[in-house]
Design a protein around this ligand. Structure first.
Ligand code: C2O
Ligand code: CU
Ligand code: CU
Length: 480
């Protein structure tokens, strides 16, 4: 699982043309828990304004009903669900029991990236620990967030190995739901011995997709609900690269939140598209009994190679079944939904800065130097020591993110969620702030970003985490 060397990129690219002739790698593990009731991860709740928790990162968890050498937090994948309230202090003691450095990122929280906060530049060496102190502002919007490692170069490997967990900021809204569940979706590939199969160079360029799609570490679990009830599902796309075009047979999904923030009003959708890193809170309101598949419909996110359309790694992926909803009782009328929701209102000053960022992928710069395919932002790969954007605290900026490549890239900014004000696709932008937006192949998006709340230095990157590890990441320094 070492960082990808330049030489292997070139070897991988050659491999693309001979791949079809290679023997299949060993056997694969078959899931042993298909159809079991969906479980919730353990929950850790704060007390008196503080959530203090020791999180040990180590190998050896159950996945898909099997003992594996995949990785988890406190022995489980996903790790415990952290439940905090606005104003709480999140005190996490991360203990690294892996054989490689790791760290922790609280994805989507609008919290300080400085020092022992949500700092993506920290490396916790094997055998070492680190005490995070993350203060949730008292005006922080309630919603669905998540945590995962962010050690540059190995982020994709570590999440693919099982490291992810839910982080909920609780609300006082009464949605009259019968159940409120986390559905944290991951994908991975396990060999016959229960080891996570690493991705080769080509899979990294395409963005790896695992053969097993899991919900809360389970394979195709079952959710049972009665007709006339209402379920709140907090769906987290924790897959390294897979876009989830979420559908539920026989039902529309009523979306109430995106990326941990309420929409202005509930929206009924046939399909909710979640890029890696995105979350959606949906209300499911079954009215009649039956069995219904929750699945990810085929989605074409383009390909890193010109040959992509012809090979196994190009074209639409999926479908993948995530879970089954079993509705009992003959009929019933679910409780009504509120017509308006408490979407956060960010103070929006005048736009004082405009920037253009270009996501590129290609054989240009890197290839000419014999270094394989380059994954760049503004022509450069990630350098933690370089300030790529310097922003004045408290200002609002408009960033246009341009994608010059034949593949979608989910653009993510830490610590300062944004309004999408324009996409060059037909879907209208969401009525709330978000923290990951899919920038379609050869497309562009415009974002309005209030750099409010805190200052400090953090990162933006492609949330196809293989791309991030290959360098598609930049730094933003918000400082006076
Ligand atoms: Cu979900 Cu920088 O990450
Ligand atoms: Cu993040
Ligand atoms: Cu990308």
């Amino acid at each position: 699982l070492a960082g990808l060397g330049a030489a292997s990129v070139v070897a991988g690219m050659t491999g693309w043309f001979v791949d079809a002739g290679l023997p299949l790698r060993g056997g694969r593990l078959s899931p042993a828990d298909t159809g079991e009731p969906l479980r919730q991860p353990d929950v850790a709740v704060g007390r008196d304004g503080i959530l203090s928790l020791r999180l040990a990162v180590a190998a050896g968890v159950r996945l898909a009903g099997l003992d594996t050498s995949a990785w988890g937090y406190n022995g489980t994948s996903p790790g415990p669900t952290l439940r905090v309230r606005p104003g709480d202090l999140l005190r996490l003691q991360l203990v690294n029991q892996l054989g490689q450095p790791t760290n922790l990122h609280t994805h989507g929280l609008k919290v300080s990236p400085q020092a022992d906060g949500d700092n993506p530049f920290i490396a916790i060496e094997p055998g070492a620990g680190f005490d995070y102190e993350i203060r949730i502002p008292s005006d922080h919007p309630p919603g669905t967030f998540w945590y995962h490692p962010h050690h540059h170069g190995t982020v994709a490997d570590q999440i693919f190995a099982g490291l992810a967990g839910a982080l909920l900021v609780e609300d006082d809204l009464d949605l009259a739901v019968t159940s409120d569940r986390v559905l944290l979706v991951t994908d991975t590939t396990l060999d016959a011995g229960g080891h996570v199969v690493p991705a080769d160079a080509m899979a990294r360029m395409q963005g790896r997709e695992g053969e097993l799609v899991l919900v809360n570490g389970q394979h195709e679990p079952v959710v049972t609900a009665s007709a006339g009830s209402a379920e709140r599902w907090r769906v987290i796309n924790a897959c390294v690269s897979r876009v989830l075009a979420l559908r539920l047979d026989g039902h529309r999904l009523t979306q109430i939140a995106l990326d941990g923030r309420f929409l202005a009003a509930p929206v009924d959708r046939d399909q909710v598209v979640l890029a890696p890193g995105n979350r959606a809170d949906v209300i499911v309101r079954p009215t009649a009994s039956g069995r219904f598949a929750l699945f990810a419909a085929p989605y074409d996110r383009g390909s890193a190679t010109m040959m992509g359309g012809m090979g196994a790694t190009g074209g639409p992926r999926g479908p993948a079944t995530l879970a089954t909803l079993i509705v009992t009782g003959s009929t019933g009328t679910p409780p009504p939904l509120p017509t308006a929701l408490p979407a956060p209102t960010e103070p929006q000053g005048p736009v004082t800065g405009q920037r253009r960022l270009t996501l590129a992928m290609g054989m240009d710069a890197g290839m000419r130097m014999g270094m394989g395919m380059g994954f760049t932002i503004d022509g450069r790969t990630f350098d933690p020591g370089r300030d790529d954007q310097i922003v004045t605290p408290g200002t609002t900026e408009e960033w246009t993110v341009l994608n010059t490549s034949p593949m979608d890239h989910p653009f993510h900014l830490h610590g300062w969620p944004f309004h999408v004000v324009d996409t060059n696709v037909l879907t209208p932008p969401a009525t709330t702030l978000q923290d990951v937006v899919l920038v379609r192949a050869y497309g562009q998006v415009s974002l309005r970003i209030p750099f409010t709340g805190h200052s400090g230095r953090s990162v933006y990157h492609c949330h196809i985490l293989d791309h991030e590890d290959l360098g598609m990441m930049g730094t933003v320094n918000v400082r006076g």
